[in-house]
Design a protein around this ligand. Sequence first.
Ligand code: SAM
Length: 282
Amino acid sequence: QADGLLGPAAIRELAQQLDLRPTKTLGQNFLHDANTIRRIVRTADLRPDDVVLEVGPGLGSLTLGLLPAVAHVTAVEIDPRLAELLPATVAARRSDLAGRLTVVRDDALRIRELPGPPPTALVANLPYNVAVPVLLHLLELLPTLDRALVLVQAEVAERLAAAPGAPAYGVPSVKAAWYGEVRRAGNVGRRVFWPEPNVDSGLVALVRRPPPPGDRLATFAAVDAAFGMRRKGLRAALARWAGSPAAAEQRLRAAGIEPTARGEQLSVTDFARLAATEEVQP
Ligand code: SAM
């Protein structure tokens, strides 16, 4: 590739160099299609002064696509072999952009701070089994992130972007909506990855907006409780959370929510209002 992007031959070569056997537990499926990389970068709507946080750069497929478009990329990679190889890969293919990259060898779920300039956008082909917790952790940790574009399993993309009342609406939808406006931003087939995963993927875009009034942890506790027993009406589902079915009913009514409603019908603002109601003393 003239632009330094990694195609199938380059991915194979880099993997051989490391004697890499991609692991499922770390969600190691690497993009080897330059058109998909270009599409992701285009969809991310980046500005030249953006500082991008990339989680799981792997062999560098997406990193090489991001570097020409932005001021800086901070890449957090858990696998030490991949973290170590990345600067060399970038130097070999785009030495002019190597100064824009910071690689951090760490677990994205455990980072508490990042070196370098504060990131403004998250763009990542996320490891699938931890995609939702990673996304939520980073949005909470880094208030400077005002946008995210992530590639996740298609089913997770649907859940993240679901609106109240939709069949896929659940805990990830409400928690993501705490941080911003979420929408699906396209489908990605399995053939563009090596190794090929056995599910399709989807892009999800989030634009940050101020959270609803209320306390995040209290709201999330109400969300977890409401969806913990999906089949039940909220009066029953929230009984343990509130102390008793009667207390749940009282708090639901105080928040202007029908006790027979189901969690699937409530927006994040409804949950925040519910969590803010006075606890009922037994
Ligand atoms: N960005 C590369 C691409 O598109 O080809 C690789 C994406 S692959 C789906 C996910 C990457 O995340 C792998 O490189 C894996 O080692 C890394 N990873 C897995 N769990 C991680 C975690 N908790 N923190 C940081 N990186 C992680």
